[in-house]
Design a protein. Structure first.
Length: 653
């Protein structure tokens, strides 16, 4: 084994690299931004430097890369074991003209180029690439691999060997026409081996290719099923042993008649187990057409037993149903009853109809350059995710939103409670100052530090300056009575609206006053606040209820139920409409809980029974119960209207 390589020039970057090679082809690629634009035209030239057989070949190809495709190109029809000098040219911009004289001009074309040296593989080195066991059951395996790129027909062969050292079994020779996959747009070769004597994991499988009459080496087949982002292109293996294989009494010969006026891209031979010998076939749903194994699993009474391309089928062709061979990616299962005369039909389909049955391959992934490529939209990617996963994520998000709303409500209520306490204490200080002050003089109040501490030192009487004629408080009241205060009581009970006991006494200490005020606030007693127009933050926050009209909600639920029932084809797949309605109702429940109502019957009843829990928590729980009750009231008409409409549609159908 040998190969040829070339060095780089000074300050010359690596542009051309080898992607893959065969004895007759070289696939080269270049860096992403080397061309002036992604769709700029280019020219690739290849010249033979050396070859094993002494032959020489010169090629020159001009082409361009379509938008969105990888920057690579495949040189074909090369000689095996040849060393080629590959050069790529491209224009930097449109040609300009250089004037030589008054009559002659010379076009000037600015080009850039890159080159490298590569060698093709010698003859006999055609290797089957990416062979894999895509699916397997207890008695069958479905194998796929990439086809060999060659201008002449290629023949393949599969062998399987017991792992305990038994003799190998070589399968029949398979042409490319016998390895067509059942899916549209698949660039794989598909093969099926069934009715194995052991489990497939007790064997090792290999595949090889025969090119130009020469067999190449065996390539082991690895076990690798299709992942989520790959399209399933393999043949569905049978779930059990295929009985009556090769028995003539379980076959039926039919004559396939085609219409020459129909421009068909492909023909499907469909066996209908509902009909009789008159070949009268019932309606067939194209979207449910599949092979027999899938049809049995989905309980579909018809299945595809063979598929033909237009060149493969001819008018009045004799075909044998049940011969146990693979046609167009579908296994022709033997009939279930030897006396059965099945109904069948030959369905011509176009490429558009085939895309309805088998959607085109779309995938997402990272290429070898590290660039993310995706052919699917966001909605198509989401369609691969199970519906219960999406529902779980949505419900988790709504639960987090609900918890945050409850936390915000509780914190806001506690903050308002603390501000109210602070305002009550400030108002109490102001009233104490009025009671203890008369004619600009401050009465002796050693228990009070607020306004007394703010008075001038010459006004406040201290212990260092004793009174010459000490007088008690009763004497002061007898000589000169204090002016009448506001008849409004200092404290008012919120529940009974009766005057509360007096908290401030002349002989009371400051700690006693504070303690009594705190106890009064905790017991629900609220101080009558003085209105202060300048303090807008102390105004009471009024919450408005969410304007949800119950009649409008009822009509909307009924309309949604009827709409979902009409859009749903049958009664069975009903979880999707209910899932979307549950999501909508969950959002409405959160909105209802986050908008408190001033009068709530649930909260009123709970307030009467609970006195030790924070009222804001009780109110939030009550709003949650009320919102759930409203959601149930919305869900009931939706369910009834959906079921009735679905039943009516089923009866009319």
């Amino acid at each position: 084994m040998w190969a040829a390589f070339s060095t780089l020039g000074v300050d010359e970057p690596v542009v051309l690299t080898l992607q893959s090679r065969t004895p007759n082809s070289l696939t080269v690629k270049w860096t992403q931004g080397w061309l002036p634009s992604p769709d700029s035209p280019f020219t690739i030239k290849g010249s033979t430097i050396h070859s094993v057989d002494g032959s020489s070949k010169e090629i020159s190809i001009s082409s361009f890369i379509a938008v969105g495709k990888r920057p690579q190109y495949t040189l074909r029809n090369l000689n095996p074991g040849a060393t080629m000098n590959v050069t790529i040219f491209t224009r930097l911009h449109s040609p300009s003209f250089h004037r030589l004289n008054n009559l002659l001009t010379k076009p000037v074309v600015a080009k850039k180029s890159a080159w490298a040296v590569f060698s093709t593989l010698p003859q006999g080195e055609y290797v089957v690439t990416e062979p894999r066991i895509a699916a397997e059951t207890d008695n069958a395996v479905s194998i796929v691999w990439r086809p060999v790129d060659h201008q002449n027909p290629v023949v393949y062969q599969i062998r399987y060997t017991p792992n305990d050292g038994g003799a190998s079994t070589e399968g029949d020779l398979l042409s490319e026409a016998q390895l067509i996959c059942p899916k549209f747009g698949c660039d794989w070769n598909c093969a099926l081996i069934y009715n194995l004597a052991r489990r497939p994991r007790d064997y090792s499988f290999d595949v090889r290719a025969k090119v130009d009459g020469l067999w190449n080496k065996w390539v082991p087949i690895a076990r690798r099923s299709w992942n989520l982002l790959e399209r399933v292109c393999s043949i569905n293996p049978p779930q059990a042993v295929v009985e009556n294989e090769g028995r003539v009494e379980y076959m039926r010969e039919v004559k396939l008649v085609t219409n020459p006026n129909v421009d068909a891209w492909k023909y499907l031979l469909v066996v209908d187990r509902r009909g009789g010998s008159d070949r009268h076939i019932s309606a067939i749903d194209m979207t449910r057409l599949s092979d027999k194994a899938t049809s049995d699993h989905e309980q579909t009474p018809y299945y595809i037993t063979a598929a033909f391309t237009t060149p493969e089928i001819a008018d009045n062709k004799i075909f044998r149903i049940g011969d146990g061979k693979v046609y167009g990616g579908y296994l022709n299962y033997p009939l279930e009853n030897r006396y059965e005369n099945p109904s069948w039909t030959l369905i011509p389909i176009s490429q558009t109809e085939n895309e309805i049955m088998e959607p085109r391959l779309k995938s997402c992934g990272i290429n070898e350059e590290g660039v993310v490529e995706c052919d699917m939209s966001v909605s198509q990617i989401i369609s691969f995710v199970p519906w219960w996963s999406i529902l779980g994520v949505v419900l988790a998000f709504l639960l987090i939103l609900l918890l945050l709303s409850l936390l915000n409500t509780m914190l806001s209520a506690e903050e308002r409670r603390q501000r109210r306490k602070q305002r009550i204490l400030e108002n109490a200080d102001k009233r104490l100052e009025k009671l203890l002050t008369y004619n600009g003089e401050v009465r002796t109040a050693p228990c009070f530090e607020g306004p007394v501490a703010a008075m001038p030192a010459n006004i406040v009487q201290t212990k260092s300056e004793p009174d010459v004629a000490p007088r008690n408080d009763d004497a002061v009241r007898e000589e000169q009575p204090l002016p009448q205060e506001n008849p409004t009581p200092l404290m008012t009970d919120e529940v009974s609206n009766e005057p509360a006991e007096e908290l401030i006494e002349n002989e009371a200490s400051e700690d006693e006053v504070r303690q009594r005020l705190t106890e009064a606030l905790d017991d629900g007693v609220e101080m009558v606040e003085e209105e202060d127009s300048s303090d807008t933050a102390t105004q009471k926050i009024v919450t408005e209820p969410l304007p949800v009209d119950k009649l409008l909600s009822f009509l909307l639920a009924v309309l949604l139920g009827v709409s979902f029932a009409v859009l749903t084809s049958t009664v069975y797949p009903t979880f999707m409409p209910f899932m979307w309605f549950v999501i909508i109702e969950a959002v409405i429940v959160v909105l209802r809980i986050s908008k408190p109502q001033p009068s709530n019957p649930f909260a009123d009843e709970m307030f009467k029974e609970m006195h030790t829990i924070d009222p804001s928590v009780i109110s939030t729980i009550a709003r949650g119960i009320q919102a759930v009750n409203d959601a149930i009231n919305d869900f009931a008409p939706f369910t009834v209207s959906f079921v009735l409409t679905a039943m009516a549609a089923e009866l009319l159908a």
